[in-house]
Write a protein that binds this ligand. Structure first.
Ligand SMILES: Cc1cc2nc3c(=O)[nH]c(=O)nc-3n(C[C@H](O)[C@H](O)[C@H](O)COP(=O)(O)OP(=O)(O)OC[C@H]3O[C@@H](n4cnc5c(N)ncnc54)[C@H](O)[C@@H]3O)c2cc1C
Length: 692
């Protein structure tokens, strides 16, 4: 089917989307350029422009068929893109940041995804110098293409329960990797299904019949020239998923496969081949470094992930509601409905809140790495024999980092996931079209709520840390960080009660969040230590506690960021950012009203006023700036790949173009009659298949 010229000549009925967005932008004086630079830095913006120019001019990265292609075509294209990207990295001398920006712009998981992340990171962090020489060098050259195989068909979060074994053979100094049951099959492993030739396999280390828990082993799984699985190894793709279908998540089974001694990654623990004894990690805390880093980056990215959905929905909702009732003059912009504002504008505020928190999270990570490397240099190194939850004053920063990254990973990815669906629905029926650009983005992001620590399970780590901090404060120990300081402050002031002016004073808003977190901590401690409640009976309280404490951190980070803004940020833009701070904080406060009230952080009257007056007024004040605020996130159209979120507002033209001209189904003529065995009379769909 070709689109006739008379159809191509048709225009949307007035007003045009481009005019509406132009009007929107003229209503606000937000300085988009300065605000973008505040969010991303000038260097970051320039990098994006430079990389984008190269990608959008390369036919392999043409996105036109992304929403139409089936699983195999999508995987094939993703593989072509992954290979091309690697070639571009070499040709243009791109550094890691350039490559990550390219991935963000391409915006789909690719078959090298796990090679470039967990495989390389694990080799680097857990390999000895000899193993770096042997494995890492090959991996960095993409000769070894790897994956990270931890999860099994029957075991995920409970890593101790993994069934895959690595048994030490004293006679020939090898390990035998084995999958003794079907549930021991590795499952979900990214890049494994069709792409990887090596895997880091987490397996129970067994020496002389004794298990020493899961350890990482580098195992070759496919032949280096034929790429077929090696003998006694069964590998495959696990099949279609809710999203992430450009990635070959795989399964992997071993039938007693022997690997050499060097296969066990030995930076932290190893088997001594002379004594056949297990050598424990000298510093177990270092083993947790990789996970903390991955969680911290999830926190860093969450604001931007959500901002894509908010950008699309905000631009589209600036459109006229053509079905508006006559008492609204027959037309109204969708974004003027307060029921749309209450869904989108607090999310817009949340994008900034999460972004500033992500920056603070990375700063905390950097500081702790620096401190750790200083401590490692000292005699004795960091505290021995303690995991992150058990560490004491010497490793306070590490314990704080661990809890912060767990709590914020859980809150930030939960908020982004939930928020994207809100954005999709705010777009009405068109939000359900793939062309909205929200659905596939949402589906690909969803597993973030589960991997690197399931969002519910992680909250137990936060609660454990807070309980431990509370015990320390009760013993009269001096506060050593912000967490113990807010707990100590609560203890000192609880008899006087709180009197926070949350409606009039921003610092008091932060104090009210701190108060609620401290109150819930001591409540949980009472249940645990005095009433001796079972751990499982407290999990719901722990979840709430972690959420409350993480929301406190988000509010605090947002507040503190605005206390020292960059000098070139004009007063008008800064003023709107302050309003966004209040909107995020007060909207969250009234959504979690029961906890703020029961902790006496605020009164019922204050909650009523927050909802009926303060939040509604903030919506009104922020509304004119909404489009410019999302513009400052600086998503190129090429990245958004959305009809609804186009910068120029040509929504209907773009929807029609994609449906009528890019849609391969329209190149098929069917035989509709039930008595005819013919299904397709004509099939020219293949003509639209991209040339790779
Ligand atoms: C798209 C995708 C890609 C992935 N890629 C990889 C990869 O490359 N490599 C890899 O090794 N893995 C990978 N995974 C697996 C992922 O890491 C696991 O799914 C995750 O660790 C959760 O484990 P699980 O699926 O067994 O769920 P479970 O841990 O079984 O959790 C199921 C439910 O039980 C609850 N629960 C479990 N234990 C507890 C507890 N102790 N207390 C309270 N509640 C509990 C959880 O909250 C959850 O609701 C991937 C997963 C997905 C979806």
């Amino acid at each position: 089917m070709t689109t006739p010229q008379w159809v191509k000549d048709l225009k949307p009925a007035a007003p045009q989307g481009s005019e509406l967005l132009e009007q929107e932008r003229s209503k606000s004086k937000i300085n988009v350029d300065t605000l973008s630079a505040f969010l991303h830095s000038r260097e970051g913006l320039a990098r994006k422009r430079r990389v984008l120019k190269i990608l959008e001019n390369d036919k392999v990265f043409n996105k036109e068929q992304n929403y139409f292609a089936g699983r195999i075509d999508r995987f094939e294209t993703a593989l072509a893109r992954a290979k091309k990207l690697r070639q571009l990295v070499i040709r243009h001398g791109w550094d890691n940041d350039d490559r990550m920006v390219a991935n963000e712009l391409i915006s789909e998981p690719g078959p090298y995804g796990l090679h470039e992340s967990m495989f390389l990171i694990t080799l680097r962090d857990q390999g000895s110098p000899e193993q770096h020489e042997r494995f890492l060098k090959q991996a960095e050259k993409y000769k070894y293409i790897g994956c990270y195989a931890q999860t099994e068909l029957g075991h995920g979060s409970n890593v101790r329960g993994l069934e895959t074994t690595a048994t030490w053979n004293t006679e020939d100094q090898t390990f035998t990797i084995d999958s003794p049951t079907l549930t021991a099959s590795k499952w979900w492993i990214g890049s494994l299904g069709r792409t990887a030739n090596h895997a880091v396999v987490m397996a129970q280390l067994i020496i002389n019949g004794k298990s020493h828990g899961p350890h990482p082993f580098v195992v070759q799984i496919r032949d280096m020239s034929t790429h077929e699985p090696l003998k006694d190894i069964h590998i495959g793709d696990i099949g279609p998923k809710f999203g992430y279908n450009t990635m070959d998540n795989g399964f992997l089974l071993f039938n007693k496969v022997k690997v050499p001694h060097i296969s066990m990654l030995a930076r932290h623990s190893r088997v001594d081949p002379k004594t056949n004894k297990y050598v424990k990690p000298s510093s177990p805390s270092l083993v947790f470094g990789t996970l903390t880093w991955v969680r911290s980056t999830i926190v860093m990215q969450a604001g931007g992930v959500l901002a894509r959905g908010v950008t699309i929905a905000t631009r589209y909702c600036a459109f006229q509601d053509r079905d508006a009732p006559s008492d609204a003059g027959g037309e109204n912009q969708v974004l003027n409905y307060t029921t749309v504002q209450i869904r989108l504008l607090p999310l817009l505020a949340t994008t900034f809140a999460l972004h500033f928190t992500g920056k603070a999270m990375m700063a905390l990570y950097g500081a702790s790495q620096k401190k750790m490397s200083q401590d490692v240099g000292k005699v004795g190194g960091p505290e021995r024999g303690a995991g992150p939850e058990e560490t004491h004053s010497g490793s306070d920063l590490l314990a704080d980092l661990h809890a912060t990254s767990c709590g914020l990973k859980s809150l930030a990815s939960y908020t982004a996931v939930e928020g994207l669906e809100v954005c999709r629905r705010a777009c009405g029926g068109h939000g359900y079209s793939s062309f909205s650009g929200i659905g596939s983005w949402y589906a690909d992001y969803l597993p973030t709520a589960t991997w690197e620590g399931d969002n519910y399970m992680l909250t137990q780590q936060v609660a454990r840390y807070l309980l431990k901090s509370a015990r320390s404060v009760l013993k009269g120990n001096e506060p050593s960080n912000d967490t113990t300081a807010i707990l100590a402050n609560f203890l000192a002031r609880q008899d006087q009660g709180a009197a926070f002016d949350v409606l009039g004073n921003d610092a008091d808003i932060v104090a009210a969040y701190a108060w609620r977190s401290a109150f819930l901590t001591f409540e949980a401690l009472k249940h645990r230590d005095e009433q001796k409640k079972a751990w499982n009976d407290l999990l719901v309280d722990f979840y709430r506690l972690s959420r409350a404490h993480s929301q406190y951190m988000v509010v605090k980070n947002f507040y503190e960021t605005l206390q020292s803004p960059p000098s070139d940020l004009d007063p008008e833009t800064l003023g709107v950012l302050h309003k966004l701070f209040r909107l995020y904080a007060l909207h969250t406060l009234e959504s979690e009203a029961s906890e703020f009230y029961t902790s006496s952080a605020v009164t019922v009257r204050q909650i009523q006023l927050a909802r009926t007056s303060a939040v509604m007024k903030l919506l009104q004040d922020i509304r004119p700036h909404a489009v410019r605020l999302v513009d400052s996130w600086d998503f190129p159209d090429w990245q958004l790949d959305s009809s609804l979120g186009r910068y120029d507002g040509k929504v209907y033209e773009d929807m029609f173009h994609r449906a009528s001209e890019l849609n391969p189904l329209n190149r098929i003529t069917v035989d509709p009659y039930p008595d005819s065995p013919t299904l397709f009379k004509k099939n020219e769909a293949g003509a639209l298949k991209p040339k790779l």
